[in-house]
Design a protein around this ligand. Structure first.
Ligand SMILES: Cc1cc2nc3c(=O)[nH]c(=O)nc-3n(C[C@H](O)[C@H](O)[C@H](O)COP(=O)(O)OP(=O)(O)OC[C@H]3O[C@@H](n4cnc5c(N)ncnc54)[C@H](O)[C@@H]3O)c2cc1C
Length: 694
């Protein structure tokens, strides 16, 4: 950026106000179920969640005449509204300044393996439309003077398909989509948490019948916990990712997702082994990724021990000041931890080093007022002594300033503004950070229309497990937009959801409420706090970036034991408001067992290191080196090529987690569309392939 950007422009991109929600519609009737006077709401389709993905689905459905309503735990909560990286990205097509090839883009999206080829193509080919429609709704994506969208390179992105409107891109997406939803008259039910899905039928005929929720607004003497029922034959799960699973997390507070709820409803999940971890500030303060320009400004990174002594720990890993500084820079677009990048003195050695400092009880900081200190015995830091790619980038960006803070101010002033909003002035004081969990690549298994294995139930956004082992930066937001639109097309094309569900109260409702209540026991010795700290500590310590077979197996045994205790004793709650948290923590404990089961299964099948995790093994083929010598304790297994071709499927049968594998779905890249031949399938709705689903 060569022009000084006025403060009010920076403010508008940083402080993003959300629209006022319309008044909520009242329940159509009240029915006594399991001794609770239960309000009944009816809808053609219930969307669970009001993040970018859920809002997109609701807006697109409403445009197609579907009677869609949104229920949300917190209307402007969740990851899209409350988090971001320094440049929250949208993965787009039309790049390299020459137009894009959607097949090439699809190959990039699925390059980490364990991803369906058709899904990757759906995301690629849908991306231009998503971007254009967001622009139509008012998303201020930056353009050049001739109308081209400005783009840059991000994680797992070789050609620069990312774009951004600054640190609040996804919040701005929520804003424009919410404004549109309100304009279209989509009913919102806020402070409404989905707690149990109701189904009818058996086997292949089993389908959605409604959703039990807990709503503060519906608490009465006859219904102290505010249990309500949404009757609907179609449900779109858009509840985001399971951010609360890990103690060390850069998700905003209160992200529970819907994995536990989905397992209980018999939904199949995939790829739960695959997540993203990377450096960021934790949710206890202000959760934010330290990617992009934060690290491209090349701050000094150091740790402080219990006695207050400072340690230049990265110097024990890299061989020269140039290598050290260049790898800090590369975390900008190689942000997620990746095991193989620990090799050859690559950029994930930075994550490993930080992780080890944290495990040793030291606190790690980034100081923007100091350039990296030299590696002992080597030359001092110099902008002219950086690896070629780094030197060229900083040169092109005009970032030749003396200090990291001045380089950051020059390249991305919003990055500094943002922390100031949360009372942290990185121009004045060093910033504490750590390696954190940031994204769940796996989730509910869906087909190319977002359908799950349960009739009438769809999943979109981070709730859906559409990503493989890696995903290009921005692909999460893009996938949510593409699949939000796809489910709307599918549901709208079916016609059934155009009117609110009529008929009686689903037969499963009474038993559903009774089951919910039986798991909530004021006298239980198991508290939400205890379950939360057990689950989060276990996941961060045993299922983080560094894993091994023994610890994962032990963690799984403990997770199973916890779920057995929860089944036997229920979870305690005090005030009514805590009851919903108790249900969510019951779901999280189950989700944690599912992730650990999948990891244990994967490692047991000879699974190697890929994506988020290094699977350490004394007989592993790969050994990361540090300047001080080989890091024997972190010798790790190589990824097996065969595992790239399949996905681990997880489901709950009774109280048991069951695991299996399925091959990735393929895409025939040689197939060509032919207008006259293919048009009738579109005209008649045959493209929706209604054989199995809704
Ligand atoms: C720090 C950080 C940086 C990121 N940077 C990027 C990036 O640059 N590019 C990118 O593509 N992705 C990025 N991601 C990931 C991306 O932001 C998320 O995957 C995406 O925003 C998820 O959108 P969503 O609509 O699926 O879920 P969310 O935005 O999380 O919304 C979930 C919604 O569901 C509601 N909800 C949850 N549970 C329930 C329930 N039981 N009942 C009712 N409502 C419920 C919540 O209140 C919320 O409204 C980042 C994530 C983090 C944490």
């Amino acid at each position: 950026m060569t022009i000084d950007v006025p403060q009010e422009i920076l403010d508008a991109l940083t402080d993003v106000d959300m629209p006022r929600l319309p008044a909520e519609a009242v329940a159509s009737e009240k029915v006594w179920l399991a001794s609770i006077e239960t309000p009944i709401y009816r809808a053609g389709c219930v969307v669970v969640g009001s993040g970018a993905a859920g809002l997109r689905a609701a807006v697109e459905m409403k445009r197609r005449g579907v009677d869609a309503v949104i229920v949300s735990q917190s209307a402007w909560g969740g990851t899209s509204a409350c988090s971001g990286s320094d440049k929250q990205t949208l993965h787009t097509a039309n790049t390299a300044d020459q137009g894009d090839n959607y097949r090439a883009m699809a190959r990039a999206i699925r390059s980490g393996g364990a991803m369906d080829e058709d899904t990757a193509y759906v995301e690629a080919v849908g991306s231009s439309r998503m971007m254009a429609s967001l622009q139509f709704l008012g998303l201020p994506l930056p353009q050049d003077p001739l109308g081209g969208t400005l783009r840059y390179q991000t994680d797992h992105d070789e050609v620069g398909r990312a774009t951004s409107c600054g640190p609040r891109t996804s919040r701005l997406m929520v804003k424009v989509l919410a404004e549109e939803a309100i304009r279209l008259g989509v009913p919102f039910y806020n402070q409404t948490t989905a707690v149990k899905m109701l189904t009818e039928g058996e086997g292949a005929e089993r389908h959605v019948a409604g959703m039990l929720v807990m709503r503060a607004g519906d608490r009465t003497e006859e219904n102290p916990l505010g249990i309500a029922l949404f009757v609907s034959d179609v449900i779109v799960l858009a509840a985001g990712g399971p951010g609360e699973l890990y103690r060390d997390s850069v998700y905003p507070n209160g992200c529970f997702g819907s994995l536990g709820l989905a397992l209980e409803a018999g939904l199949e999940l995939v790829n739960l082994t695959e997540s993203q971890f990377g450096i960021g500030t934790r949710r206890e303060g202000f959760p934010w990724n330290l990617s992009g320009t934060y690290v491209q400004a090349i701050p000094h990174i150091y740790s402080v021990d219990g006695e207050g002594a400072e340690h230049h720990f990265l110097a024990e890993y890299y061989r020269s000041t140039q290598e050290l500084a260049s790898n800090i820079f590369r975390k900008g677009y190689q942000w997620p931890f990746h095991a193989t990048r620990m090799l050859d003195f690559g950029s994930s050695l930075v994550d490993l080093a930080i992780y080890r400092e944290t495990v040793a009880g030291r606190r790690v900081f980034m100081d923007f007022n100091r350039n990296p200190l030299p590696v002992p015995g080597d030359l001092p830091f110099d902008l002219e002594r950086l690896d070629e790619d780094v030197r060229l980038y900083l040169g092109k960006a005009g970032a030749g300033q003396e200090t990291p803070i001045d380089r950051l101010k020059h390249m991305n002033p919003l990055a500094i503004e943002l922390y100031r909003r949360y009372k942290i002035d990185i121009a004045e004081e060093p910033l504490e950070f750590a390696v954190n969990n940031q994204h769940m690549n796996g989730g509910i298994m869906v087909d190319t229309w977002g359908r799950t294995n349960l009739g009438g139930c769809y999943a979109v956004g981070e709730a859906a497990g559409t990503h493989g082992v890696t995903r290009p930066g921005g692909a999460a937001l893009n996938a949510g937009q593409v699949f939000g639109t796809r489910v709307a097309e599918h549901i709208g094309g079916g016609g059934g959801a155009k009117r609110a569900a009529a008929g009686g109260v689903p037969a499963a409702a009474e038993a559903g409420i009774a089951n919910l209540l039986s798991a909530l026991r004021t006298e239980s010795s198991l508290t939400v706090k205890a379950v939360r700290s057990a689950v989060q500590a276990r996941m961060s310590e045993k299922a983080g970036i560094i894993c091994d077979q023994g610890s994962v197996r032990q963690a799984l045994i403990e997770a199973r034991e916890l779920n057995m205790q929860i089944r036997a004793n229920g979870l305690a709650y005090g005030r009514a408001a805590e009851a919903v948290r108790a249900v969510q923590w019951r779901h999280m404990a189950l989700a944690s067992e599912a992730v650990l089961s999948a990891l244990d299964f994967f490692i047991g099948q000879g699974g190697g290191s890929r994506g988020a995790r290094a699977i350490c093994d004394p007989s592993g083929e790969l050994l990361p080196l540090a300047s001080a010598g080989p890091l024997q304790a972190y010798r790790f297994r190589k990824e097996s090529d065969a595992h790239r071709e399949e996905q681990i499927v997880i489901r709950l049968e009774g109280d048991e987690i069951r695991l299996s594998t399925r091959p990735n779905r393929n895409l025939d890249e040689s197939a060509r569309s032919f207008f006259e031949r293919d048009w009738p399938a579109w005209l008649t709705g045959c493209i929706y392939d209604r054989g199995g689903g809704e």
